[in-house]
Design a protein around this ligand. Structure first.
Ligand code: GLN
Length: 196
């Protein structure tokens, strides 16, 4: 059975768990770093990246998260989670986990539109995905191994680099589980590869 964790320090955790369960896998809310050990994949949820980072440090999660990334297991960052994964952040000297070869700008859709919905075409996922953006970041630069999966008004809002998947929006806040299902497939493929 595939087991996927959702980092449960702050943010939209329950909704991701529901979405994973709808996709037929075991889902756990990860509150202690030891719980990362027997997972096949990990979701970093949306919320507030600075708050999540503070809690990552407080509960001594950072090395374990970097080790999880190094092990090759899939990680999916949504919104604040995308910020946590990025190697570079506009306006900041340091990244957080810093493993995905992208440069991300926080709160980049402007103050007057704190949140909005848009139907997106997402490569290999859906022709029309109802994406909910909440004080969302976007990807301003992507490395050569990064596959761009979706753009909204010329801004990159979903991308994949091997084991890493990231999006600017909150897929867990809709009834459409297509992108969660895509991540579950990534996890299944990676697990088969590791077993062979
Ligand atoms: N603006 C938030 C941040 O910078 C992200 C917003 C979200 O996750 N909905 O962390």
């Amino acid at each position: 059975m595939i087991k996927i964790g959702v980092l449960a320090l702050q943010g939209a955790v329950r909704e991701h768990i529901n979405s994973l369960e709808e996709c037929g896998v075991e889902a756990v809310a990860v509150k202690r770093k030891e719980e990362l050990e027997d997972l096949d994949g990990l979701i970093l949820p949306g919320g507030e990246s600075t708050a999540i980072r503070r809690l990552i440090d407080k509960y001594d999660f950072m090395d374990a998260l970097k080790e999880f990334a190094r092990s090759g297991k899939p990680m999916f960052g949504t919104c604040a989670g995308l910020i946590l994964l990025a190697k570079e952040l506009v306006g900041y000297d340091e990244s957080h986990i810093g493993v995905m070869d992208i440069k991300v700008e926080r709160n980049s859709f402007g103050r007057q539109v704190d949140s909005f919905e848009a139907d997106l075409a997402i490569k290999d996922v859906a022709d029309c995905f109802p994406a909910v953006f909440i004080r969302a970041p976007h990807i301003v630069e992507a490395g050569e191994n990064v596959e761009i999966l979706s753009k909204h008004n010329d801004r990159i809002v979903a991308a994949r680099e091997g084991q890493f998947l990231g999006c600017s929006f909150h897929p867990e806040l809709t009834e459409n589980h297509a992108i969660t299902a895509y991540f579950v497939e990534m996890v299944k493929e990676s697990k088969t590869k590791h077993l062979v």
